[in-house]
Design a binder for this molecule. Structure first.
Ligand SMILES: Nc1nc2c(ncn2[C@@H]2O[C@H](COP(=O)(O)OP(=O)(O)OP(=O)(O)O)[C@@H](O)[C@H]2O)c(=O)[nH]1
Ligand SMILES: [Mg+2]
Length: 341
């Protein structure tokens, strides 16, 4: 299924129905009073989060949405029917933004959360309302109000406890595959992962946390190099970042420089992202060779008081230590709860 995390749509709430001008007409009562009913309210545009959905793809094709108008009022004080609301389902984690002002209107972070985004117009009052002691036969009624309408940006930001970041080929997908049931594509070439993958890591029977494998970023990503930095939106809601650096002997670049290049790209995206807690993970320990690159990264992390772990997802080395450290950190941060005993 195609993953789409950013779309613009146009939505319009229903108009209110017209109020009615009518007079009671009965046998022997030819000059009855006004009895025009009110118009019904226009339908609202409501967004609802649905955890079963994981892409905004549907809204890339269908971009115009309209709720039903309210019915017009009728004689004999009959109220027009209210227009049906339109409920638009989106993946949990969708942010709804006013396209003109760029203001965030709603952020649907929990399953089944709902937000009324555009209000339907009020129905107009029928002429029955306008009768007074001096004015017995009002020949007018109110029109219905227009429903609100606007362009909207829908932006999906995945909800995960931990984000995996790093250069292409660093071993992010291999790691998520080794610690969760996720089975992303793995390849010996850059940009194997083109869209984020989510995995659930289970540990100590009852506990779990979610991890997002984010497509690789390279130097200049903020200027559009590689896949750009737009996928970093999926790291925005995480509590912790695992920053993966390939420490295998076949890489020529300095591992510390790699770490800093990625961190600079995080800053370009948002300082809040760069400021998130990071755990540095040296990957492919099984092919570290003489370990010079590994030692270099380890020393740097020690000096800068950054937690450092070395793993081999391929040979299952260091994974338990990493998972148990991450879960303890998440517990400290109150991101995940202790098991119920
Ligand atoms: N020897 C060894 N190879 C590994 C290890 N982890 C990953 N690899 C290999 O490194 C290559 C890249 O791995 P991926 O997991 O696809 O890397 P990625 O970070 O997801 O890359 P992108 O999706 O392109 O960003 C693949 O050929 C993997 O088999 C490891 O622990 N040891
Ligand atoms: Mg990958």
């Amino acid at each position: 299924m195609k993953f789409v995390d950013y779309v613009t749509i146009y939505a319009k709430a229903g108009h209110g129905g017209r109020g009615c001008v009518s007079f009671l007409r009965e046998k022997f009562k030819p000059m009855g009073g006004p009895d025009g009913g009110d118009g019904g309210k226009g339908g609202d545009i409501i967004f609802k989060a649905d955890i079963q959905l994981n892409t905004l793809l549907d809204h890339k094709y269908k971009r115009h949405y309209k709720a039903r108008n309210g019915g017009h009022g009728k004689g004999s004080n009959k109220h027009g029917a209210n227009g049906e609301d339109l409920i638009i389902k989106v993946p949990t984690g969708t942010v709804i933004i006013n396209a003109a002002t760029e203001e965030v209107i709603a952020d649907l972070t929990s399953d089944a959360a709902e937000a009324v985004i555009l209000m339907g117009g009020r129905g107009g009052k029928g002429n029955a309302h306008f009768k007074s002691s001096t004015y017995q036969s009002p020949k007018f009624a109110q029109p219905g109000e227009d429903g609100q309408e606007t362009g909207l940006i829908l932006e999906l930001k995945l909800i995960a406890d931990v984000g995996l970041i790093g250069m292409p080929n660093a071993g992010k997908s291999t790691l998520i595959g080794a610690i969760s049931a996720a089975r992303p594509k793995i390849g010996p070439y850059p940009f194997t992962t083109l869209v984020p993958n989510l995995g659930v890591v289970k540990f100590k029977e009852y506990m779990s946390f979610t991890v997002a494998d984010i497509p690789g970023i390279i130097e200049g990503a903020h200027d559009g190099a590689g896949l750009g930095i737009q996928f970093l939106r999926h790291a925005e809601r995480t509590s912790l970042l695992l920053h993966l650096v390939d420490i295998s002997q076949y890489i020529e670049d300095d591992p510390v420089e790699i770490l800093n290049v990625i961190n600079r790209e995080l800053s370009f995206y948002a300082e809040t992202l760069a400021a998130k807690d990071q755990i540095v993970v040296g990957t492919k320990q099984d092919i570290a060779g003489d370990g010079v690159r590994l030692d270099c990264l380890r020393q740097y992390c020690k000096q800068h008081e950054m937690p450092f772990f070395e793993v081999s997802a391929a040979a299952s080395l260091g994974l338990e230590e990493l998972v148990s450290y991450v879960s303890a950190r998440l517990k400290d941060m109150k991101t995940i709860d202790s098991p119920v005993t």
